[in-house]
Structures are given as structure tokens and as C-alpha cells.
Design a protein around this ligand. Sequence first.
Ligand code: 13P
Length: 252
Amino acid sequence: MRPKFVAGNWKMYTSLASAKGLAANVAHAFGEDKRVMVAVCPPFPWLTAVAEVLKGTSVLLGGQNCYPEREGAFTGEVSPAMLKDAGCQYVIIGHSERRHGLNEGDEFLNRKAKVALAAGLKVIFCVGELLAEREASKTEAVLDTQLAAGLAGLTTDQMSKVVIAYEPVWAIGTGKVATPDQAQAAHAHIRGKIRGLFGEFTADHVQIQYGGSVKPDNAAGLMSLPDVDGALVGGASLKADQFLAIVNAALG
Ligand code: 13P
């Protein structure tokens, strides 16, 4: 069985004080439940402080991005090794706000995934279609390309450290959540594509999170779908009570 995995993407929100407080509230209320994995992904400057708060708890820590080099003259960038050193177990790669807002392409994201995995991080690799692509019936083709190109060259061993997040771009921050049928169809398609690329075992084990306007009132419906293994939560992860309600919904 695949354990459910709920991750909070705090994006460019929180202050140092509110980030520490949010992490402490999540860790305190979550406790030790082994049936669901929980992670928070704060902005870079708060990572070490949040890592300190999370020390000794079972809440995992992730970065929201990384640069695909081990080190070097890359002003303003952060390497996977630095994230690891700061206490991260995970890094989000390929979020639509970077694909579309910052023009990050498949080949660049593939390099990020490889360097992150080489540094010992696990990867939450985001894929998802634009509204126009969905309306043009291109969802599956877009997902296929993002997966094939983004995960190109990874071994099955590396894939055991990759989580996929399906985030339809039209559902992110809009309050427009995918219907259960839309989510299940996309997740099943993604799992099928992973099966084609990496085989049955990897497909059966890879966790596929849904992201896009996940809230306490829709989380249980989404996460009870057979191919939805958790959630990548934006806005609702900034409120401990809402995030914890989504974590509880993952318990079914
Ligand atoms: P919202 O939950 O705010 O729609 O954001 C989703 C997201 O982008 C998570 O990475």
C-alpha cells in the first residue's frame, strides 16, 4: 500500500515568526501518526529555523525549488546540497509557478531532478496542464511530455525517491478544484505513463499527490480516489487548523 503524503507549499508567504509558529502547531498537533506522511515547504530563508522547530518530530521538510548545480557562481540560487544541509528531505521541482511564471522547461527541470537526487534529496515533481490545454483535449499529451522529459534518464532506484504532484494549472489558487472524475482520470493516466517508463513495481509504488485548491471540505473526496495518494496544498497549508484537517482527511 502507498502511504498518503500531504505536503504544504508555503510559497512566498510567512514571516520568520509565523513560519516557526505554523511549523510548531503542525508538528504538535500531528504527533506520530505513521499512516500518513506530512511535509512543509517554507521559503528558503526560514528553512534552518523551521528545521530546528521540527527536530525530533515526524514532520518532514522540503525546499520549494533548487538550482541544478552542486555549487558555483550562480548568484541568488540555492543548490540541492544546501537544502540537504539545511535539514530538507524533499524539494519541489517543476511547480507551475516556475514552469509558466519563470519559463522553466522540461530539460532544465530534468537536470534539477537529477542533481537533487544525487544530493540525497527526494523530489516532489509537479506536472499539470493549462486550462487551454485541457479545453483542447491535450491534458494527457501534456502530462506524457512533462513526465517523459522531466524524468528522462532516471533509474528505477532514483524513481523510488520521486513523488509526482498532479497540479492542473487552472485549479491552483483559483478555488476551482478538479472534480473527482477529472483527478482520478489524470492520476490513473500518470500512473500508466510511469508504468510504461519505469515498469510495474515503480508504478504501483509511486505516490501521486493532487494539488490545486485542496481544502478541508474537498480533501477527503480527493484522497479517497484509488490513484490519489495525498495532496500538495498551497493556501490552506498556511493555516495550521486547515492543513491539519486535510492531513486528517488523508487518514480516511
Ligand atoms: P492552492 O492550494 O493555493 O491552490 O495551491 C496549490 C499549489 O500550487 C501547491 O503547490
